[in-house]
Design a protein around this ligand. Structure first.
Ligand SMILES: Cc1cc2nc3c(=O)[nH]c(=O)nc-3n(C[C@H](O)[C@H](O)[C@H](O)COP(=O)(O)OP(=O)(O)OC[C@H]3O[C@@H](n4cnc5c(N)ncnc54)[C@H](O)[C@@H]3O)c2cc1C
Length: 189
């Protein structure tokens, strides 16, 4: 391995996401001649926000148009910023999180159920609460007590969802029933 690294090689890196870009940068610093091949028209991989969603949300149709990123527009990082920097390019939170015009129009005056209790659900419920009528957070943690969250005027937390009726009503395991206009899954990927 040391012998290989000592030679100056021509290296092809496939993919210009974070991994490809860092790898190419480090290889170049070692003196190798690097070419990056990227199939899309932008670098950044999953960190390039794409407003489109796949037309087959369950991902069953193999011919569906694949959307590489599942990023939401206001996500800057869902790990502590310190972990996200590179040694020669520290991470700074330059952007303030704001609800996009798209969200504002779509969620205005709606009753929104946000499923999940991770960082994305916290981001999205906070932003959504600024425009929605009511926001209901659903967590599968057994310790969750149904209650209104003190920090907000219009956010309640509930247990795991039990059932979603065709008319949009959501039954939570704690017995509550909410007539949801919008359900947002923040359940990972
Ligand atoms: C919503 C979300 C939030 C995340 N949050 C964090 C976070 O806060 N912190 C963190 O560290 N990680 C996070 N991650 C994990 C994320 O996967 C990594 O941060 C990182 O972006 C992965 O980089 P990558 O280069 O391996 O892959 P990708 O970013 O997926 O890049 C792969 C690239 O390869 C290209 N490609 C694929 N196939 C080919 C081909 N055959 N030819 C040419 N090009 C090709 C793709 O177009 C793409 O540009 C998150 C991921 C998601 C989806």
């Amino acid at each position: 391995m040391n012998n290989i690294m000592a030679q100056h090689l021509k290296v092809a890196v496939i993919g210009a996401g974070v991994a490809g870009l860092v790898t190419a940068h480090e290889l170049q610093r070692e003196g190798h001649q690097v070419a990056i091949y990227e199939k899309s028209d932008q670098i950044g991989g999953v960190w390039v926000y794409n407003p489109h969603v796949e037309d087959d949300p369950l991902g069953i149709d193999p011919k569906r148009k694949i959307i590489h990123s599942s990023l939401y527009s206001l996500l800057r990082t869902n790990l502590p910023g310190d972990f996200m920097g590179f040694s020669d390019y520290p991470f700074t939170m330059r952007d303030k999180n704001v609800v996009t015009t798209l969200y504002q129009d779509w969620l205005k005056f709606q009753v929104v159920v946000v499923i999940g209790a991770g960082p994305s659900s916290q981001d999205i419920s906070t932003e959504t609460s600024k425009v929605a009528k009511e926001v209901y957070l659903s967590s599968r943690s057994p310790e969750i007590q149904p209650e209104k969250l003190e920090a907000y005027d219009n956010v309640w937390q509930h247990a795991k969802t039990e059932y979603c009726y065709e008319n949009g009503e959501i039954a939570f395991k704690d017995g509550a029933l909410v007539a949801a206009d919008v359900i947002i899954h923040c359940t990972g990927y």
